[in-house]
Design a protein around this ligand. Structure first.
Ligand code: ZN
Length: 144
């Protein structure tokens, strides 16, 4: 995975940070450090950070960062919960990815305290790719 900041939208106060994710496979990509970087760049000490994904077959979630088997099990559980079905009508053929994206949601809001993300010891922020391979975008807005 490669995550790079591509743009800082300056006509917005506070600024919006735009990142690009190259997502070659169905996976949860850990973006915690990039979100922390956006918080640091913003200079906000106390407020909230919103991480937002503008895609219909990808999402954002917060879950365990310590044991990588948790992400593996989440992916397995989502595959079991939302198998491809012959009844699906969506012509693109990726309804299962749309279902998973709606399940995890398209954003996360994290409290910022003393310039740092307030996350539990085991928590990480993940970009969830359900319809690879794709080049994706996510946004971080930090409000004080
Ligand atoms: Zn589709």
């Amino acid at each position: 995975m490669q995550v790079i900041i591509t743009r800082v939208i300056m006509n917005s106060k506070p600024m919006i940070y735009e990142y690009r994710v190259s997502a070659p496979r169905k996976d949860f990509y850990n973006i915690t450090s990039e979100v922390g970087e956006a918080v640091a760049k913003s200079g906000v000490q106390d407020g909230i950070a919103v991480v937002y994904c503008p895609h219909t077959t990808a999402g954002i979630t917060i879950n365990e960062n310590a044991d990588s088997n948790v992400v593996r099990d989440l992916l397995l559980g989502l595959d079991k919960a939302f198998p491809d079905r012959p009844e699906f009508r969506h012509a693109e053929g990726n309804s299962t990815a749309h279902l998973k994206a709606s399940t995890v949601g398209s954003s996360a809001t994290i409290i910022v305290n003393e310039g740092k993300l307030v996350l539990g010891t085991w928590q990480g922020i993940f970009f969830c790719e359900f319809d690879p391979p794709r080049d994706r975008t996510f946004f971080v807005k930090v409000m004080g």
